[in-house]
Design a protein around this ligand. Structure first.
Ligand code: PLP
Length: 470
């Protein structure tokens, strides 16, 4: 709709409008002025709505004030919000990977809410090292001599390579030049760290003699990287990490293993199988790198455990300062590791609580949700069924593993699945599920106990008004 731009009010006129004073006292004058300018600019750009009818100066002034109020309200609301994960993907990277336990969060809040001994040795009364807090429990858990913690495993690998191999060569199998989602590509990490990549073997088969033949005076490291998010089947051959570690020792170079998944407990009771960090350390490699927010179920972090002398090189590298974690992360991580160490992980780490949920409990929850929505026809709004489904571990771990689950299959009677999914995403507490043909699937394994009520409410609202018969 075109209108005479000269009819737009000046900022000074808007500020004098009585409706502006409430905005100014709530949000501050300069923020309000910015919001007015933004609203005026978008009107000038022709974003006037036909619904406003004839654009009189009064109407335009009200329109600017309304648009400014909406901008100010939006700016004052946190953009980062809780979301109900009904995708069945336990470690959904886009949804924040591992959820944290309220008790763990409360413990961390007590530490971060005040001062703490982050870098202060209370016994000696002098400056300490922030890595020691998690290093103690990591050594106890894995048998490694020492440990260092950084912001994530990508940072851990940049640091590791830079600290032990910068300006020299590291040897990697062609079958392990992995890419993890979000732009972690091993060859690029090498370039970032200033390490020359020496590829050996072929995509599907690499032997110990390939590594041995490539070792030269410039070699600093033999690196193994786990294929976290894909699997190779068929005519394949890999070098066992203990053989790689032995070769490195015999030739006077270091060995490292980017394990990624960060599993510290036996997953077989949950029907899953994964290299544990303990077994990676036991293989004898000098350094093992894992994520904190994958199968440990902790906060985002990168953990490197290994030989004391090698860890010392990481700790004294200038990048350590750039990659170090803050007190909140370290507090969360230490408490998560302590829960693993004392065997209370199923109670204190939500990831394991979710994995341990019996299928008949999920079935019962599905049936209860359907009852609450008015039965299998959702009171005339949708076809609802409690069905078995397959969840995933996610987060770039165990790519082919299936987690048996149960949840809701919803076929809306009005408006289609895309619209229903969109209404769920914009609910008071947003709900993210999966689309499957003309149905929305909500997997209940990844919905926390405390979220069930919010999920029921969101569903009821998203399905719309009950259709009155007749
Ligand atoms: C996940 C993963 C990474 C990246 O870890 P982030 O903690 O997500 O940065 C690196 N290497 C491997 C093998 C991984 O599985």
């Amino acid at each position: 709709m075109s209108f005479d731009r000269r009819l737009l009010p000046a900022v000074s006129v808007l500020l004098a409008d009585p409706r502006a004073s409430a905005l100014i006292s709530a949000y501050g004058r300069s923020h309000v002025v910015d919001a007015f300018r933004e609203a005026l600019a978008s009107l000038r750009a022709g974003k006037a709505r036909a619904a406003w009818g004839e654009l009189t100066p009064d109407r335009l002034q009200s329109a600017v004030l309304d648009a400014a109020r909406m901008t100010l309200e939006r700016d004052a609301t946190p953009s980062l919000r809780p979301v109900i994960n009904a995708t069945g993907v336990l470690l959904h990277t886009n949804l924040g990977r591992a959820p944290m336990d309220p008790g763990t969060l409360a413990g961390a809040a007590r530490i971060a809410g005040g001062y703490c001994n982050l870098e202060f040795d209370l016994e000696a009364g002098e400056r300490g090292d922030r890595s020691v807090h998690c290093a103690r429990v990591l050594s106890r858990l894995t048998g490694a001599e020492d440990a260092v913690v950084v912001n994530n495993n990508a940072a851990a690998m940049v640091l590791l390579l830079g600290a032990v191999a910068a300006g020299r060569q590291a040897i990697v199998s062609r079958g392990e030049l992995i890419e993890i989602g979000g732009s972690f590509r091993l060859p690029e990490i090498f370039r970032t760290s200033g390490v020359a990549l020496v590829e050996v073997g072929s995509t599907n088969r690499t032997y110990l003699k390939d590594y041995a033949g490539a070792i030269g005076p410039e070699t600093a490291l033999l690196l193994k990287a786990s294929r976290s998010n894909f699997e190779m089947v068929g005519f394949t051959a890999d070098v066992e990490p203990d053989a790689l570690a032995r070769l490195a020792r015999d030739t006077g170079v270091l060995s490292a293993w980017d394990v990624g998944s960060g599993c510290f407990v036996d997953l077989r009771p949950y029907g899953l199988e994964c290299t544990t960090t303990q077994s990676a350390v036991a293989s004898g490699v000098d350094l093992v790198a894992v994520s904190g927010d994958k199968l440990l179920g902790g906060p985002q972090a990168g953990i490197v455990v290994g030989k004391r002398s090698a860890i010392a090189r990481l700790k004294s590298h200038p990048l350590m300062r750039a990659f170090r974690c803050d007190k909140l992360t370290l507090a969360l991580l230490e408490q998560t590791l302590l829960a693993v160490a004392d065997g209370s992980h199923e109670r204190r780490i939500p990831l394991f609580r979710m994995l341990a949920l019996p299928i008949d409990e999920l079935e019962r929850r599905s049936a209860a949700l359907i009852d609450g929505l008015g039965g299998s026809d959702g009171a005339g709004r949708a076809d609802l069924a409690a069905v078995a489904m397959s969840g995933r571990v996610g987060g770039g771990t165990l790519p082919t593993a299936v987690v048996p689950s149960f949840g809701l299959r919803i076929r809306p009677r009005y408006g289609g699945v895309e619209a229903l999914a969109a209404r769920l995403r914009t609910a008071g507490t947003p709900v993210v599920g999966r689309l499957d043909d003309d149905t929305v699937l909500l997997d209940l394994r990844t919905v926390l106990d405390v979220e069930l009520e919010d999920l029921a409410r969101a569903l009821d609202v998203a399905l719309g008004d009950r259709v009155v018969a007749g």
